[in-house]
Design a protein around this ligand. Structure first.
Ligand SMILES: [Zn+2]
Length: 420
């Protein structure tokens, strides 16, 4: 028993083949031929994700404070993201331009901060998105008070107010080899609010998308279909960046330009996967209004589609594709599928194409009930989170990477054929 265990623990894919091949004379003869075991390319890609790299990318984003839209720190963050995408080899970097004039009724005008104590949710309550919330809940809101930020350096960094006007958001695209005219969209929003560092909301989703862009842009990776990585701006003001994208580009889908060139400015949308707040699943508020300081052992992340949308059936199928990818490839945490996607950048897509949202909790019944006390608060800073929080985000990254690689038909080029 002991020697078997030692062999298993010490063998790599290649050496395992050799060990099984030398087990008997007939197999030894076969070992002269090519190995029959083909490594799973999806597993190889997932293994290229790394907790420390993911954390470093989130940390990098927090140097621009809350990255509020319409400010210099937001524009500098976009430039920094662009430089990273370029260094990863993500090709075809472009910017969508649109104009944003604030509406006095936007969510950022809400004056109150999150607070307890936990009070029972009324039995007939319905959450935004249509779900039924349960248990105790606390008040949620957006902090707009600079003095609520105790760190003077960060307060100074977040000081410049948003000015109306021209906005930009960035995307890059991996072009499919056999179907450049079709694509999956993998996205997150890079703007934030609340006088913190927007580390979780949504540095964690932005870093996830950037890490996937890095892995899938590697020169030895080929995909049959295209994949576009988009970092939305103006999510926190009401999905204005993703809304502008749908409005400007939906009619361009699948048009070859110039004809016969094999080039498509806007490949046909096959599915849209949004990521927003990936780190924190510490459970429901307790009677005193607090939640656990630790990631709960039964933590999961949530894949939501909207049951009341035109593409509900297709979106649900996409959600289950991610759930299956989690079961096979995610290292630590499970994924749960639910049907009340709301208030996220996949909403403008949900009547055009299969669209889902990946998040630490359900947006309506859980986040809306106060499950994340850092949400839009000065405490949403990098230092708030522990490795088990970052690990939840990494598990979502493993899941979306695996699902997207499968759906887009990813393959690894053989080492000896690269560079030709
Ligand atoms: Zn968000």
């Amino acid at each position: 028993m002991r020697s078997i265990a030692m062999i298993a623990a010490s063998c790599t894919l290649a050496s395992c083949f050799v060990q099984s091949a030398v087990a008997g004379p007939t197999r030894a003869a076969k070992s002269q031929a090519q190995p029959q075991t083909v490594p799973d390319p999806v597993k190889i890609l997932v293994d290229r994700l790394d907790l420390e790299r993911y954390k470093a990318t989130i940390k990098g984003l927090t140097q621009f404070g809350d990255r509020r839209q319409g400010t210099d720190r937001n524009r500098k963050a976009i430039d920094w993201i662009e430089a990273q995408l370029k260094s990863y080899g993500c090709a075809n970097i472009e910017r969508l331009k649109y104009n944003y004039q604030p509406n006095p009724d936007t969510r950022t005008s809400m004056p109150y901060t999150a607070a307890g104590p936990g009070t029972p949710t009324p039995a007939d309550a319905t959450s935004v998105g249509g779900g039924r919330p349960r248990g105790l809940r606390v008040r949620t809101g957006v902090n707009n008070d600079p003095n609520a930020q105790p760190d003077p350096k960060l307060r100074e960094l977040d000081l410049q107010p948003s000015a109306p006007g021209t906005r930009e958001e960035i995307y890059c695209t991996k072009i499919g080899v056999t179907h450049p005219e079709e694509m999956y969209i993998v996205s997150a929003h890079m703007d934030g609010i609340g006088w913190g560092e927007a580390a979780n909301d949504d540095g964690s989703g932005t870093a996830l998308v950037m890490e996937l862009a890095r892995v899938l842009s590697s020169r030895d990776v080929q995909t049959e279909r295209s994949i576009r990585f988009i970092l939305w701006n103006n999510e926190e003001t009401g999905l204005n960046g993703s809304g502008a994208y749908v409005e400007q580009r939906k009619e361009l889908q699948g048009k070859e330009n110039p004809p016969g060139s094999g080039r498509y400015a806007e490949p046909k949308w096959l599915g849209m996967i949004q990521h927003d707040m990936m780190l924190f699943d510490h459970g429901a508020p307790r009677e005193d209004g607090t939640v656990s300081k630790q990631q709960r052992p039964e933590a999961d992340f949530n894949i939501e589609f909207q049951v009341n949308s035109k593409f509900a059936a297709q979106s649900q199928a996409l959600a289950w594709a991610l759930e299956q990818a989690d079961e096979k490839y995610a290292s630590d945490y499970p994924a749960r599928v639910s049907s009340h996607m709301t208030n996220t950048d996949s909403s403008p897509f949900m009547n055009e194409v299969a669209a889902i949202s990946v998040r630490e909790n359900e947006r309506g019944i859980e986040i809306g009930n106060g499950w994340d006390p850092q949400w839009h608060q000065p405490t949403d800073v990098y230092a708030t989170y522990y490795d088990k929080d970052f690990l939840l985000g990494l598990n979502a990254a493993q899941t979306t990477l695996a699902a997207t690689a499968k759906l887009a038909g990813a393959n690894l080029k053989l080492a000896n054929s690269s560079g030709r």
